[in-house]
Design a protein around this ligand. Structure first.
Ligand SMILES: Cc1ncc(COP(=O)(O)O)c(C=O)c1O
Ligand SMILES: N[C@@H](CCCC[NH3+])C(=O)O
Length: 417
């Protein structure tokens, strides 16, 4: 996390101290580093080299308009999974012709809107979806560009909840049925087959599973070419994993060098949909210690951020570093760092060695991806503020929610008559 570092005994994001951000915007607050997002995106774009291709940032990782706009300004493409994400991309100035639309449950309305704005491609996940998209395109007297998401049945060797490329997962079309679905789609004058895609899982720290999937996809690409179905692109889905706690993901350029070697002379452009590796280490969740509570079993530090702000520890038992904004020299003890939500599973970190005081500020690191986007209002908690740091400037890119936001659209009912 190069952009988050200690200076003069305190933690900074780029040229702004987190202490200053907490004083100005309160806690809990997500803090993002613009430089990190830009560097990570450009790392992918540069690794494409002279090969044709498109980096479609996975909006689900962090969909704040500030983040999407800075990526749009760099010419990024976007991978979306809902109509809401599409509208965010458009509002942020993203180019719809660089958007790929993934997801197993696209509604007819979402398809219509995506056709209207001209997305690059629909990543189709089932035969039923082929039929629905064909109908929507026919009704609109247009042609929908499509790719079929195949499920290559490879083990991504990641957490089972974020593994998506095995036969038992709900995603994609089994690779041994893909030819049949392509042939069916090829009969339609309202569908234009342009690609193939897959996504085998997230937080992969080895390239081998990606390359296994690629090898299987290339067999399919060649088979389709023999049948007269020539694809223009191959989309390998999400990006590499990140370092949360000692993981060492390989450099993107090594990964893409292997990919290009395998694609060889085929006239295929490459699409990637990285989310986590662009966003995760560009964010920190700032929180304040409310209470210290010691029991016979445990020391609990109750902080003002909770599972509704960052669900990853509760959902995946994920580890993310929690560090003091201003470290002190006192002796450390083990703490469970927990939130105020009424759930035993509401923790941010367990058995963390810290020297803590009430009122102290902590930063939960590596929370730029799947942090705010997975947050909720559980326990009627207002969602956190989001602040983007750019050098010595700070932008409040999402105001902290208020009680009025919490109850917007709700109403009470009259007394029973
Ligand atoms: C279809 C698709 N593309 C891209 C991504 C982003 O993956 P990652 O954040 O691991 O780069 C995901 C999420 O895992 C996904 O489901
Ligand atoms: N939400 C997950 C990643 C899921 C990716 C979505 N396909 C995480 O926080 O690790």
């Amino acid at each position: 996390m190069r952009e988050f570092s200690y200076r003069d005994g305190s933690l900074w994001a780029e040229q702004v101290s987190l202490q200053h951000i907490a004083e100005r915007f309160g806690t809990p607050t997500y803090v993002y580093s613009r430089a990190h997002f830009e560097r990570q995106y450009l790392n992918y774009a540069e690794a494409l080299g002279d090969h044709p291709g498109l980096i479609c940032y996975a909006v689900k990782a962090n969909s704040n308009l500030g983040i999407l706009s800075l990526l749009a300004q760099l010419g990024a493409g976007f991978d979306i999974v809902s109509g809401g994400e599409l509208e965010r991309v458009l509002l942020a100035g993203g180019d719809p012709s660089r958007v790929v639309f993934s997801g197993v449950g696209k509604t007819a309305n979402e398809m219509r809107r995506a056709l209207e704005v001209g997305v690059h491609c629909f990543n189709i996940e089932s035969e039923a979806e082929v039929n629905r998209l064909e109908q929507v395109a026919a009704d609109g007297e247009t042609v929908a560009p499509i790719s079929i998401r195949v499920n290559p049945d490879v083990d991504a060797q990641t957490h089972p909840y974020i593994s998506t490329g095995l036969k038992e997962n709900k995603f994609g079309i089994a690779i041994d049925q893909a030819v049949e679905v392509y042939q069916r789609a090829a009969t339609s004058k309202h569908l234009n087959i342009i690609g193939v895609d897959c996504h085998i899982g997230s937080q992969l720290t080895e390239v081998a599973p990606f390359l296994d999937a690629l090898d299987r996809l290339l067999v399919l690409v060649d088979q389709l070419a023999e049948l007269g179905i020539q694809l223009e692109h191959l989309d390998l889905g999400g990006g590499l994993g990140v370092r949360y706690r000692g993981e060492e993901p390989p450099p993107v350029k090594d990964y893409l060098a292997e990919v290009h070697k395998r694609i060889g002379e085929r006239k295929l452009s490459l699409i990637l949909e990285p989310g986590r590796s662009i966003a995760a280490n560009g964010g920190a969740l700032l929180t304040q210690v409310e209470y210290l509570k010691r029991t016979d079993e445990h020391n609990f530090a109750i902080v003002d951020a909770a599972m509704n702000d960052n669900l990853r520890p509760a959902l995946y038992q994920a580890w993310q570093d929690i560090v003091p904004v201003t470290p002190n020299e006192s002796e450390s003890t083990l703490w469970d760092i927990v939130g105020p939500v009424c759930e035993t599973g509401d923790f941010l970190g367990k058995n963390r060695s810290q020297s803590l005081k009430e009122g102290q500020l902590l930063a939960m690191l590596s929370t730029g991806a799947y942090g705010f986007t997975m947050s909720s209002n559980y326990n009627s908690r207002c969602r956190a503020a989001e602040v983007l740091v750019d050098g010595d400037k700070t932008y409040l890119v999402r105001a902290r929610e208020t009680f009025a936001d919490l109850v917007r659209g709700e109403r009470t009912v009259p007394e029973k008559t």
